[in-house]
Write a protein that binds this ligand. Structure first.
Ligand code: CTP
Length: 133
């Protein structure tokens, strides 16, 4: 029987409990978890700033988590379908801040949105640190 691969995407900058929670919950929905970590260049386009942690460090930290089986660099938003096919994904998991935005990929695999962990985000952490400095 083939393994059921779950795939998710994200920046995962300044790693926090919301990231760990979604990755652990995503992994529990299948047999292996593959994570597309967005490149520094893609973040500049997507969020208007470079991440605090470099692409190489974000990849290393996500790869080090027990629940993660494989990581790759997400270089382009347009390639999401290709990434899903290339990794043989049975399911795409995203936080519900993205609810509805990935429904088109249901022609490739199951699409599941999981509730975000409340009251934490990379942007909020950066804001808090800015205020105390
Ligand atoms: N996520 C989550 N709960 C949180 C924060 C993020 O479940 N409290 C999920 C997002 O929904 C996404 C993944 O973690 O599926 C990666 O999100 P990312 O954008 O890297 O993290 P954020 O903390 O949301 O970053 P930012 O504040 O820069 O938008």
């Amino acid at each position: 029987m083939s393994l059921r691969t779950v795939l998710t995407f994200g920046t995962f900058d300044v790693l926090h409990i919301g990231h760990v929670n979604i990755l652990e919950r995503a992994r529990a929905l299948g047999d292996r978890l593959v994570v597309g970590v967005s490149s520094d260049a893609l973040n500049l386009v997507k969020k208007g700033r470079l991440p605090i942690y470099s692409e190489a460090d974000r990849l290393s930290m996500i790869a080090a988590l027990r629940c993660v089986d494989e990581v790759f660099v997400e270089a382009s938003l347009q390639l999401k379908g290709d990434y899903l096919r290339r990794h043989g994904a049975a399911m795409l998991v995203m936080g519900d801040d993205w609810a509805g935005r990935f429904d088109d990929f249901s022609s490739i695999c199951e699409v599941v949105y999981l509730p975000r962990t409340p009251s934490i985000s990379t942007s909020e952490i950066i804001e808090v640190i800015r205020r105390v400095l």
